[in-house]
Design a protein around this ligand. Structure first.
Ligand code: UT7
Length: 334
């Protein structure tokens, strides 16, 4: 649907991944697992781990700086900063505020958006609508998570899955009609909360000696339940957003999925009838970085190995805790 002030588009990207690598071989020494199991079941070979003592903002700030430098944009010109994360430096103040201060983005307002693995695409949609409303000209959207801070490295069910990282994009109004962020379909279903969560540390069960002793501050996941819903729902919303725009899988230049499991990605691609040569995958290098997976993929296709061109249709899709999920359709400009 055309918007009165024009669509938002992704003008620039930036990223930060920590130097520290945790390989499958390292994990073999920590829990009862194997490189073979991890690669076959998930597609992951290694993940990056942030140095202890450095919080989420450390990564988010670095991704943001690179993003703005690439576009030669002065932070003072930012209208807003949105950070999709579930691992802020502290429950509050927001990571967005810490980024604002570090950048010197004195005109900007901002906030953190908590929706687990859907945090980036939901943030991107909010940022895009701020541009479309005509009230904002430059919105910085960041996906950043320090999953190593909430993972139990004695639990083989979860510790092999996650990594740390941050990605940032700069949104502006697209100069030409028919391009930029075109449409989205997003959903949330709280009946999935029991299958993927962190039980303690919130208002219902604040931190106590008991919660720490019982390891209730770590990620819990019923992998099979999440897997089934992820495959179905990511494909459903992807097909829906394509159909709403009279497109199908053949029209897509690239599918940019959340990186939780290579098998989920392959199953979604098959339902969309997209060959894996048109699917962006970096789970082997970074694992599941939660809010950062999609901007890290965008960085790969824009900077590391550029493979996106003006006019290309891209579809992003994510599924995560909540359950929450969604897809965004965009047409690349520049
Ligand atoms: O990003 C947020 C959304 N999250 C997701 O989308 C993740 C969705 N879930 C998954 O990706 C998969 O369910 C997992 C990768 C988490 C697990 O793969 P799976 O094929 O569903 O395995 P499973 O949970 O059914 O476990 C199979 C077996 C079990 O042993 P038994 O009960 O069959 O004897 C597990 O105990 O594999 C065992 N297992 C492991 N073995 C070696 C679980 N984790 C490991 C491990 N190494 N790390």
């Amino acid at each position: 649907m055309p918007t009165p002030y024009g669509n938002a588009y992704i003008r620039s990207v930036g990223r930060f991944v920590p130097a520290g690598r945790l390989t499958n071989q390292d994990l073999e020494k920590m829990v009862d697992t194997s490189d073979e199991w991890i690669r076959a079941r998930t597609g992951i070979r290694e993940r990056r781990i942030l140095e202890p003592g450095l919080g989420n903002s450390y990564m988010a700030i670095r991704a943001a700086r690179e993003c703005l430098e690439r576009a030669d944009v002065n932070p003072i010109d930012l209208d807003a900063i949105i950070v999709g994360t579930v691992t802020p430096d502290t429950p509050f103040a927001s990571t967005a505020g810490l980024v604002q201060q570090a950048l010197g983005a004195r005109r900007a307002w901002g906030f953190d958006l908590s929706s687990a693995c859907s945090g980036f695409i939901f943030s991107l949609t909010v940022g895009a609508q701020m541009i479309e409303s005509g009230r904002s000209q430059k919105v910085l959207v960041i996906g950043s998570d320090v999953m190593s801070s909430v993972v139990d490295y004695a639990d083989r069910n979860t510790c092999v899955l996650f990594g740390d990282g941050a990605g940032a994009v700069l949104l502006e109004r697209v100069p030409e009609a028919g391009y930029g962020i075109l449409d989205f379909v997003h959903r949330v279903d709280g009946s999935g909360a029991e299958f993927l969560n962190i039980k303690a540390g919130g208002s219902r069960m604040p931190a106590s000696i008991e919660t720490v002793k019982n390891k209730l501050h770590f990620v819990f996941q019923d992998g099979r339940q999440v897997y089934k819903r992820a495959v179905t729902e990511m494909a459903n919303v992807s097909l829906q957003v394509l159909a709403n725009n009279h497109l199908n899988g053949k029209d897509l230049a690239l599918f940019v999925p959340h990186q939780a499991n290579l098998r989920i990605i392959e199953a979604c691609a098959a339902r969309l009838a997209i060959g894996m040569d048109r699917v962006v995958v970096n789970i082997d290098r970074y694992a599941n970085t939660n809010g950062a997976t999609i901007p890290l993929c965008l960085y790969d296709i824009c900077v590391e190995q550029p493979r996106v061109n003006k006019g290309d249709y891209l579809l992003m899709s994510a599924f995560g805790a909540g359950f929450s999920w969604g897809s965004i359709l965009l047409r690349w400009w520049q």
